[in-house]
Design a protein. Structure first.
Length: 256
């Protein structure tokens, strides 16, 4: 996969973009100072699962860190994930502390050996959309004219009003992934969220944050990260065959 370069930054109504030109110290930290490879963790396999669908996913509302539960389709997706991964010998199952991710993880945990629970990590929670949370794309556009265009064309420049930037998310999520990679167990399942998954994949592939929209990961999809002697590799990305949608065209999610 070839990654693009960061765009020039510009200011939009209602938004707080990152600085133009030279990357800010914060963006440099997110992009490059945290090590790409944990020490002593070769052979680690990490299955990254996006949570199942919620009613707000379907309505196109920005969820962020509001704790929206799975809808019926999301519950079916959680069961499909569990059935697909039930024969993988997981040593640990880890989830965001938001219920839509945790509830997606529980069916898999129930199929594992007796006594395996689901650990939670607050650093795996979704990007904070701030004042956008609970609103549809149309409502956000009415409140902040031009903001959605910036989010969809230059996402690396956007800091959500009273929320986070992609750099903020990467700064907390990547160290969380490294802790998992350096921790106990060789095979781990991680249940998390769209923006978190994308910033992790961009880091693993050494892609700039401007590549955000080049990844499309459906609710309930499975991605596999493996750590070998040459670093991270991704033998599987966004697998959705268990959801019955391998080659079908996927709709763009508006509340994202």
């Amino acid at each position: 996969m070839s990654c693009g370069h960061d765009h020039e930054k510009e200011e939009m109504n209602g938004m707080k973009p990152e600085n133009s030109g030279e990357r800010s110290p914060e963006v440099k930290e997110a992009a490059g100072t945290s090590p790409l490879r944990p020490t002593g963790a070769a052979g680690k396999r990490i299955f990254l699962v996006r949570h199942g669908e919620t009613s707000w996913n379907r309505e196109g509302r920005f969820q962020g860190q509001i704790d929206v539960p799975l809808n019926d389709a999301g519950l079916r997706q959680a069961d499909a994930v569990a059935n697909t991964l039930k024969d993988v010998p997981f040593d640990r199952i880890i989830s965001s502390n938001l219920s839509r991710a945790l509830r997606t993880a529980l069916p898999l945990a129930s199929r594992m050996r007796l006594g395996m629970g689901v650990e939670t990590d607050d650093d795996l929670k979704e990007i904070a959309h701030g004042l956008w949370e609970g609103r549809t794309a149309g409502e956000v556009e009415a409140m902040y004219p031009g903001a959605l265009a910036l989010w969809h064309t230059r996402p690396e420049t956007v800091v959500m009003p009273e929320g986070e930037s992609l750099a903020d998310v990467q700064r907390r999520a990547w160290p969380a992934l490294l802790r998992i990679a350096e921790g106990k167990g060789e095979t781990v399942a991680v249940f998390t969220h769209d923006a978190v998954l994308k910033v992790l994949l961009m880091k693993a592939l050494d892609c700039p944050l401007s590549s955000f929209w080049r990844f499309q990961l459906a609710n309930g999809s499975i991605t596999l990260l493996e750590l070998g002697n040459k670093g991270w590799r991704i033998p599987l990305m966004g697998e959705a065959g268990h959801l019955g949608s391998v080659f079908g065209k996927r709709a763009e999610q508006k509340g994202l």
